[in-house]
Write a protein of this length. Structure first.
Length: 160
């Protein structure tokens, strides 16, 4: 009986010690109307934003992050609304990746950024320099990073 209780206790410890998986999706903002400092989305950008909303329709996001620009906020807004969450503003120059990972442990999050900051954040998260800046005409990249304790997996999906 004592051995049986010890075995149950040991198995319970293993079950509780399992780490939580955090999944982070990264996208660039959709197309913008012009190259001014803080432009709105163009008609194509609105279409792409609706497309992202469809792509993510079966994913439950616990948090949605965006830089504080119209184009990123407008890209993130429908997804945040669908998930009944407020958009969290981040600064790609000062974001603490380790703190963000801890704050979102075991959750699924979306981060909307820019052509130069999105690949850079992914590189920092995976602790490798794999991805370069996104071409100005490319808006369909989806980076997916999963973090489970010390195991980090990543992938890049591209669409037109």
């Amino acid at each position: 009986m004592k051995k049986c209780l010890l075995l149950i206790f040991f198995l319970a410890q293993i079950a509780f010690a399992q780490t939580k998986t955090t999944t982070i999706y990264f996208i660039r903002h959709a197309e913008k109307v012009d190259n001014s400092k803080d432009p709105d989305l163009s008609e194509s950008g609105i279409i792409r934003t609706n497309h992202w909303n469809e792509v993510f329709s079966s994913i439950r996001f616990d948090a949605v992050y965006s830089t504080n620009f119209k184009r990123t906020l407008q890209t993130a807004a429908p997804i945040a609304k669908k998930n009944s969450t407020e958009i969290k503003i981040y600064d790609p120059k000062t974001i603490d990746i380790e703190k963000m990972k801890k704050e979102n442990l075991g959750q699924t999050i979306l981060i909307v950024g820019h052509s130069n900051t999105t690949p850079d954040l992914v590189n920092k998260l995976i602790n490798q320099t794999i991805f370069s800046a996104i071409e100005d005409t490319t808006f369909g990249n989806l980076y997916i990073v999963t973090v489970n304790d010390t195991i980090v997996n990543y992938q890049l999906l591209k669409s037109l």
